[in-house]
Design a protein around this ligand. Sequence first.
Ligand SMILES: C[S@@+](CC[C@H](N)C(=O)[O-])C[C@H]1O[C@@H](n2cnc3c(N)ncnc32)[C@H](O)[C@@H]1O
Length: 525
Amino acid sequence: MAHSLPVSFEAKMKSLLGDDYESFRQSYHHSPQAGIRVNTLKISAASFKEQSPFALRPIPWCETGFYLEEGTRPGLHPYYHAGLYYIQEPSAMAPVELLGVEPGDRVLDLCAAPGGKSTQIAAKLAGSGHLVTNDIHPDRTKALAKNIELYGVRNAVVLNESPERIAGAFPGYFNKILIDAPCSGEGMFRKDEDMLKHWKEDSPLQYAGMQRDILASAALMLEPGGTIVYSTCTFSPEENEGMIAVFLKEHEDFTMVSEKDAASPWFSRGESAWLLQHGLPEAGLDPVQDDAYIAAAAESRRIWPHRVEGEGHFMAVLRKKEIPGGSQRDDSNAIERHLKEQVKPKKDRRGKKGVSRVQSRDERNPRGKQSDIDGAALLQDFIEQYLHLDLGGDHVIMHGQHLYRSPVPEERLKGLKIVRAGWYLGQVKNGRFVPSHPLAAALHPQEASQVVNLSSSNGEAVRYLKGETLEIGHDRVKRGAGSEVVQQPKGYVLVCIDGYAAGWGKWQSGMLKNEYPAAWRWTSV
Ligand SMILES: C[S@@+](CC[C@H](N)C(=O)[O-])C[C@H]1O[C@@H](n2cnc3c(N)ncnc32)[C@H](O)[C@@H]1O
């Protein structure tokens, strides 16, 4: 499709790209490539490849990412609802690959909705360490929270905050931070008509102000030796190399990292020389005095739609210098000590392994309700009856009647707008623990005492996802670990699709009552 582009955008790109402009312009005659990224919290990329309902072609910069053939509709398969993959534009998979996330890391995704990169980070954490994921727009955090839950992430906190306020609560705390910045979106013109419609000649400079503030807050939250990846989906030098040059000038304790992807043939280098044409005075940079910062900014990476199969993207990897001979997390150690004093783990009131006494907001309130305090016991009863799971009791917290397993001490989140305090486990209702859908979505079948498996290929899974009650014989209610039939099944069963958790059902006398949440239901015919 040959998009018509804003005249001033075309003129600017022509002046920047020179001889390369024609092939750049030609790329707008091709459709954008669709992609999916396999959710390795649920299935390995190798296993998914074997059972994939779609033809897959590897995306070179992301081991778990695949191109789809044109016309494929991955959102219309039960595997999507079982959280086996995330539908993601191929270039958008690159920034997290550069962040180098490893299990055990403390990661912040500052501009995260709807959660493509957060789910990718969570997959790399593989349940160890934690993710704080945030977006400033309240509506967009709903989609973010839903995706975190659909993908079975157990170790993420979802916030709806400004970066400055998060910085107040987490100084020097994270070792990896992703800033997938709000931007003028020039790289998405081919894929998203809205970006094209909203673009104005001064959009880059408007976004640049925002980006500068976000980067400054992120710098405060990074521990020495830690890494920030800054990415945009736009071409303008003002929001890219210019932003990085200014950041380096204002943060002498940071350096550019270039070696990580030096050998990546699909990424191009940044273009510092462009700053001489666009954005230097506005950014407060002097071409002579600041030449070292301007040159360093070229160590960034660009993805060009006319050079690879993907939309336009920019990425820079920044490292905070280590403190020679010093503790690398001085700040946060002090805060940690302070928090430990405030939140001493209390003795397990039931004396059992599993859920210890719940940290309840109301518990610290002398007028707290008795029902809240019973939350730990009710949850523990549920776990004993239905699950094989050790939640690590100190982390279970209660907000009102709702129980979460939080990966960060609750005190740390005080005063922040919390969308999800962690893995949402369920709620206390009429004196019972009612398990949540996110609890089911993040379980592995072997962690459930009763499992019913539905097939994706005979219509049964779709009927479940539509909210129907299903006839399921006793012989199909199995123990999660193995294929043994449960002798006297009763109550909650984990409903799986081809062996992957999709939600709850309640089994009784050959009928599976549907517990799939109404808001999540399959609505297509
Ligand atoms: C490029 S999108 C993020 C896409 C997301 N990383 C993903 O992979 O799905 C940028 C996001 O930044 C959010 N945003 C805008 N200004 C922000 C700010 N000052 N602080 C945090 N987030 C902000 C927007 O609401 C938007 O969701």
